[in-house]
Design a protein around this ligand. Sequence first.
Ligand code: SF4
Ligand code: SF4
Length: 299
Amino acid sequence: ENQMDALPDSIREKVQNHPCYSEDAHHYFARMHVAVAPACNIQCHYCNRKYDCANESRPGVVSELLTPDQAVKKTMAVAATIPQMTVLGIAGPGDPLANPERTFETFRRLSEEAPDIKLCVSTNGLALPDAVEELSKHNIDHVTITINCVDPEIGAKIYPWIYWNNRRIKGKKGAKILIDQQQKGLEMLIAKGILVKVNSVMIPGVNDQHLAEVSRVVKSKGAFLHNVMPLIAEAEHGTFYGVMGQRGPTHDELQDLQDACSGDMNMMRHCRQCRADAVGLLGEDRGDEFTLDKIEEME
Ligand code: SF4
Ligand code: SF4
């Protein structure tokens, strides 16, 4: 993507072989996700807990939950079958950093047993500052933070509560803690030289007018890419903020916002919102070839 030409060389090199970040690379390099992280530490109004975390994944999909050991086996089996396999991500089904033991054991083992595979992780950011040190010890050069707002007023309309220090904190107060943690985590990652992509879910009437500001703020702190994803409102999701029929943005609204942000920021335009257990080149999903029972048969 031409916008990438504007990035500093050090970042551009990292990005070039990454199927999610480079329009060209996504034809030649494969990625996979493993779903090892069941719990979450916040509530987003757009989340349906029956399904994978909507911050990175396609809504309405349930992924097969794996133990770290199963995730490592699966990764090895995929890498042996798909030679282009270069990136492994943990993106759900809950928040990876709300499941630190499971997430870090998976990363620890993979950075030892498959050192050529790049690792990435996505998070809502609440537990991020506490995780940065551990993340920096593994082969992780990409972290995705979902940042839907930088204003607690708006945040309170998106997040009914967070779970923080063993307590549920509601409304603006909870949203402010989440926002502060996201921004602090972002700054800490940048200071460690870890690439940060920011995802935002565009919710018409809630944060659509605010996301250009989010884009400016995260860019000024060093995020290298902004991925504005449409809220995919499904009948199954039922309500949002107690309002029946919250709609997602139209294609044109999404594109207008991406255009408005792109003057300042590299915008990601080919994220497919893959499932939390996606396998293969972008745009294909070979996950069905690598279900647990099939992997156990391969052994
Ligand atoms: Fe759901 Fe993900 Fe939000 Fe947690 S962070 S509530 S799993 S969408
Ligand atoms: Fe890449 Fe987006 Fe798929 Fe994640 S969800 S693997 S960022 S295309």
